[in-house]
Write a protein that binds this ligand. Structure first.
Ligand SMILES: Nc1ncnc2c1ncn2[C@@H]1O[C@H](COP(=O)(O)OP(=O)(O)O)[C@@H](O)[C@H]1O
Ligand SMILES: [Mg+2]
Length: 237
């Protein structure tokens, strides 16, 4: 009998990932040999100066971009060899994305924005609508379902975007400066919502933030500088 402790498979593993952008004759090492693991239910802040590679990291974990070197392994699935359709499908099933500028479709109502995730997945119109209304209720916006984004405040738009990210019950919620366009009180409410919606259900949360108060509320903090991770208090290797 072995007394080795079984280490659970990470939800996401970046193995020696680099992302190089070529602009004219210049090469920018936006991410430079980054290795890290993220486990189910973990809550993480990513901090670092502007240009340090935070968004590049999020885009790679979110399967919006592909590494120049190395591999992003999601739930044990190597994503390096996946084609665009398979990547989009894996993203739709596993990943929720929240951005600073909300990225809601302006011509669609709140509930239509949220239900798109389910419709892309092949859900019926009535199932998609039901799930979208549940998700809006979970962010206390069920009374605004028929509003267009322009008819909502910034904080409400971000809550719609969070409902859209959560409606598919993702394994991981990635939020890139989600409170960057919001005032202090609204930022706190949005962060509370992100924290409350993740963790206990196994959904991991990664929040990129400039706000040290936001970062202090998340147990694991990854610090980036010049495309490298310079500090990470994560307990998992
Ligand atoms: N599409 C791109 N083309 C060229 N350079 C890019 C591109 N995206 C990011 N970069 C460069 O990569 C570096 C990291 O950018 P980014 O990940 O956006 O940083 P952060 O989110 O921490 O501000 C920066 O030097 C930036 O200019
Ligand atoms: Mg950024």
């Amino acid at each position: 009998m072995s007394d080795a402790v079984a280490c659970p498979m990470p939800l996401v593993r970046l193995g020696d990932v680099s992302r190089i952008f070529k602009v004219g004759k210049q090469r920018v090492n936006a991410l430079d040999h980054v290795s890290l693991s993220l486990h189910a239910g973990e809550r993480v802040a990513v901090v670092g100066a502007s240009g340090s590679g935070k968004t590049t990291l999020m885009n790679l974990v979110g399967l919006l971009d592909t590494p120049s070197k190395g591999d992003v392994v999601l739930d044990g699935i190597s994503t390096r060899e996946l084609g665009p359709t398979q990547r989009a499908r894996l993203r739709n099933m596993s990943i929720g994305l929240v951005f600073q500028q909300y990225h809601l479709l302006p011509q669609l109502t709140a509930v239509q924005n949220v239900e798109l995730t389910m419709l892309y997945r092949g859900a019926t119109a009535s199932d998609a609508r039901e799930r979208a209304l549940e998700a809006l209720a979970s962010v206390s916006l069920d009374t605004r379902a028929e509003h267009l984004p322009a008819q909502l405040s910034g904080g409400q738009r971000q809550r719609v975007a969070i409902a859209r990210a959560l409606v598919g019950k993702p394994r991981i919620l990635l939020a890139d400066e989600p409170t960057g366009a919001l005032d202090t009180a609204t930022s706190a409410a949005v962060l509370n919502l992100l924290i409350r919606s993740t963790g206990t259900n196994g959904c991991a949360l990664v929040v990129v933030t400039h706000d040290l108060e936001v970062a202090a509320r998340l147990p694991r903090r990854i610090v980036m500088r010049d495309g490298r991770v310079t500090s990470d208090n994560g307990t998992h290797g």
